[in-house]
Design a protein around this ligand. Structure first.
Ligand code: FES
Length: 358
């Protein structure tokens, strides 16, 4: 750009004049310095290739991120100096994502410093509402800026920038895979689904690993339970299995004892035994384990988002985001007096937002 097109303060070195008149005056902008790439097309081409190379490296790093996510064993540990022993996958994901983002940033900075116009266009103060002349000027400046950025003319930069910007979000999309598959119908049946009056399933105390009798459950206490061995064998599941706890997670129970006259819902009382009521421990909001019980009010509280269920009233939701009551299990006692389930849950356990329409 020639000096006659530059703003007055650029062309004249305005800052020096102002400083001489008044040491506290606006120092203005420094005079424009012509860069090599402004006058040498070969230097400009070289800068263009450098910028494109950075964007290409960004694209390759994003591909490397995806490949690392798919190919590296998540349990593999490697020694990296000076970090020590760390997950190979985490290291690879961190490095590739860092390179991908850094190269986009570095490419953009290098592009701006070497090829885009570095002439400032100061905007004079004007009334808030711009008149037609100002608007036309803004549009003209925008077009000038677009032309000077060479976004349309330098196709290699434009294409590689678009490519790197388009690929980088794929890193985030890949991580969605960690959310795992939707549970879909898997919550419709639990180990308790097999329970019938003729083939009851024992309730096992999770703390003592022993069967319980109704008299073991005190009024005001909260006991957690899981299915007994008779429920596990049909699935081929054994207590010694490595993923035993994971397999029985959706079977977890919460047992309370309420004075029969305090139970408000007759249907709930009928599913229980002498005031012993058994509910799913999994919150019906998004599935946190419920662990807090207030014995005076019979309220169970989910610690995640404070959904509160009235266990004396069929585990009705009285507060919070949960959409429906906790499922209740039908129980009785076996010939030896131990608590057993004689039927399935009243409705599927866990959160329901993807499948509760039927
Ligand atoms: S998971 Fe229980 S309230 Fe959200």
């Amino acid at each position: 750009m020639s000096d006659d097109k530059l703003p007055a303060n650029h062309a004249e070195g305005h800052g020096d004049v102002a400083a001489a008149d008044n040491p506290f005056a606006d120092p203005g902008l420094p005079a424009h310095e012509v860069r090599r790439t402004d006058i040498d097309e070969r230097a400009a081409k070289r800068a263009e290739r450098q910028v494109s190379l950075l964007f290409i490296v960004s694209m390759l790093a994003t591909v490397g991120f995806i490949a690392s996510y798919v190919a590296i064993d998540p349990t593999r540990i490697v020694y990296i100096f000076p970090l020590g022993h760390i997950s190979a996958m985490n290291f690879a994901l961190g490095m590739t994502l860092a390179v991908a983002l850094f190269c986009i940033g570095a490419g953009a900075v290098h592009w701006a410093r070497t090829l885009m116009s570095d002439v400032e266009h100061p905007a004079e103060r004007h009334p808030i509402e711009a008149d037609d002349e100002v608007r036309a000027d803004v549009i003209e400046q925008f077009k000038t800026g677009a032309a000077e950025s060479a976004f349309g003319r330098r196709k290699m930069i434009r294409n590689t920038l678009i490519g790197s910007m388009a690929l980088v979000p794929l890193s985030g999309v890949m991580l969605l895979r960690d959310l795992g598959p939707l549970p879909e119908k898997s919550l419709d049946s639990t180990a308790w689904s097999e329970a019938t009056p003729s083939m009851p399933i024992q309730l096992i105390n999770m703390n003592t690993n022993e069967a319980m009798k109704p008299e073991d459950i005190q009024v005001g206490s909260l006991t957690f339970a899981r299915p007994g061995p008779s429920a596990l064998r049909p699935n081929g599941l054994q207590e010694s299995d490595e993923d035993f706890q994971q397999q029985i997670a959706k079977d977890a129970l919460m047992i309370v004892r309420i004075q029969p006259e305090d139970i408000k819902d007759p249907n709930s009382a009928a599913l229980g035994f002498q005031g012993v009521l058994v509910y799913s421990k999994i919150c019906t909001h998004v599935g946190c384990p419920i662990s807090l019980y207030e014995q005076q009010t019979h309220h169970a509280l989910c610690p995640c988002h404070q959904s509160t269920f009235d266990l004396a009233d069929g585990a009705r939701v009285i507060f919070g985001p949960a959409g429906h009551p906790l499922p209740q299990l039908k129980i009785s006692t076996d010939s030896l007096g131990y608590l057993v389930a004689t039927g399935d849950f009243s409705h599927p356990v866990g959160p329901s937002f993807w499948e509760r329409s039927q």
